[in-house]
Design a protein around this ligand. Structure first.
Ligand code: HEM
Length: 233
């Protein structure tokens, strides 16, 4: 078991981290390059920069959305708070970083981390139920929309069991192994799934604005594609 744990916490973890970082850098590179090309070809090069920055910030902190679908918005804000804060600021994790690479930063009190852990577990299930229960969300959903929140529950639940042995009906090591393997899998999946929105989210407003700035000859090219180049627009 020791060998498996060392492998999962060592080589596998670092491979997953490298894969995630390189994958996200690639996503950003392709998005910036695509935006630059779209801007160069755009017929109308005027951009409402202030409005774009405003709507980007608005979507990064979606407080206004809480008014529209209150319960869903609250669930997703709480879910994101726990998913971001616990892995990054758990004292046990920071200790591993200090032991591994010598860096350290302030930690959340363990009690707060445990509360957030339960918040994530509860909100992950709530998100899946709310998605499946709403007709419009269900129609737009893919397999990963249901699978990812449930997969995210695994490292949170197993992490809780590792930190609270009185609740753990299994041995510490097998649960820790499942914890680290599920976390490694999630890290691998970041650039391959919608989890990549963690880095692409700030670009979405820019990209959708650019998408409406068609190249000057776009109309005639659509006409040619449809075989209607001689018809009046
Ligand atoms: C997606 C990434 C991860 C998430 C979401 C996550 C989440 C958690 C949670 C929720 C806890 C328990 C917190 C509590 O109940 O207060 C925990 C504990 C722990 N995690 Fe993770 N974890 C992740 C990645 C990792 C990785 C990659 C490792 C090892 C390389 C690791 C090692 C540990 C250890 C050793 C503990 C117990 C800490 C202690 O006993 O003080 N975790 N984790």
């Amino acid at each position: 078991m020791d060998v498996w744990l060392q492998w999962a916490m060592g080589p596998l973890f670092w491979t997953a981290m490298a894969f995630m970082v390189l994958g996200l850098v690639r996503h950003v590179g392709l998005t910036v390059w695509g935006s630059f090309r779209a801007y160069r070809r755009a017929g109308d090069k005027r951009f409402p920069v202030g409005k774009l920055v405003g709507s980007t910030l608005h979507w990064l902190v979606p407080v206004g959305k809480v008014r529209n679908r209150g319960f869903f918005s609250l669930t997703t804000v709480l879910f994101h708070a726990g998913v971001i804060l616990v892995p990054l600021f758990l004292a046990g994790h920071i200790q591993l970083w200090r032991a591994g690479v010598g860096i350290t930063w302030p930690a959340l009190p363990n009690g707060v981390a445990t509360t957030l852990t339960w918040v994530v577990i509860a909100t992950a299930f709530a998100l899946v139920v709310q998605r499946a229960g709403a007709k419009d969300s269900r129609a737009l959903s893919r397999f990963q929309d249901y699978a990812l929140p449930l997969l995210i529950v695994i490292p949170f639940l197993t992490g809780f069991l590792v930190m609270h042995p009185a609740w753990n009906p299994f041995g510490r090591d097998p649960v820790l192994l499942v914890h680290v393997l599920s976390a490694d899998l999630l890290i691998f999946l970041v650039p391959l799934t919608k989890l990549s929105h963690m880095i692409l989210m700030p670009f979405t407003q820019l990209v959708s604005e650019l998408a409406w700035h068609f190249p000057e000859d776009a109309g005639s090219r659509v006409g040619v594609t449809l075989g209607k180049e001689n018809e009046p627009i």
